[in-house]
Design a protein around this ligand. Structure first.
Ligand code: SF4
Length: 208
């Protein structure tokens, strides 16, 4: 890959798909909940669960921490792995009852990342989604879509290696990181997942 490829890919995706305005949520805690629920499922399932939680006033740590676990499991069942996800949501609610969100989200990014990773059920991608979309801090999110696109471009690496590659080649701009990740997801759903490789805009770009 050339040095400016990362920025060029962003520009190509932006030209094709336009701004995505991610992450759709009313509050930072709603982003946190969505980041757990979206693990290994489609966003449409998450939307349904979020709506049901919202109707019951459960999108706040103070209410979520006390909700009956079997009710919570029922509400998130549509997202799959519902027992695990309900338990993870309880954990996070408990964590944010003990740690003021605003204070936590203002500590140095790497410290924040380490803290989030220490919570059971929070891995690299979930932590980085929370940092970028809930805390509004610059941390590039890598997911399976990003890994696949990079592999097509001839670049393989671990989560941390790919994240470093993006962060080294982009300005530390929160809005750009937000849009870039959203564009990768939307492009992948529209092209990669539908096996439209013959029409791939990115491959053409890198080949030239
Ligand atoms: S459309 Fe095909 S070639 Fe292009 S990035 Fe996706 S999987 Fe790779």
């Amino acid at each position: 890959m050339k040095d400016n490829d990362i920025l060029e890919i962003y520009q190509t995706l932006l030209d094709e798909m336009g701004l995505q305005y991610w992450w759709p949520a009313d509050t930072a805690f709603e982003v946190v909940v969505g980041a757990i629920l979206t693990q290994q499922t489609k966003w449409s399932n998450v939307e349904k669960a979020i709506e049901d939680l919202k109707i019951r006033g459960l999108l706040e740590p103070v209410s979520l921490v006390d909700v009956d676990i079997s009710l919570l499991e029922e509400l998130v069942r549509c997202c799959g792995f519902y027992r695990q996800k309900a338990s993870r949501l309880k954990n996070l609610a408990c964590f944010f009852m003990q740690n003021d969100m605003e204070t936590l989200f203002s500590i140095p990014v790497n410290e924040l990342r380490e803290t989030l990773l220490s919570i059971r059920g929070v891995g690299n991608e979930t932590a980085d989604c929370i940092i970028l979309y809930a805390a509004g801090r610059p941390k590039f999110v890598i997911d399976a879509y990003t890994t696949r696109i990079m592999k097509c471009m001839g670049t393989k690496g671990s989560y941390m290696q790919l994240q470093q590659l993006f962060e080294d080649n982009l300005p530390a701009d929160v809005d750009l990181y937000k849009e870039y990740h959203a564009l990768i997801v939307e492009y992948s759903k529209a092209f990669c997942s539908k096996k439209r490789c013959e029409d791939c805009l990115l491959r053409e770009k890198i080949r030239r």
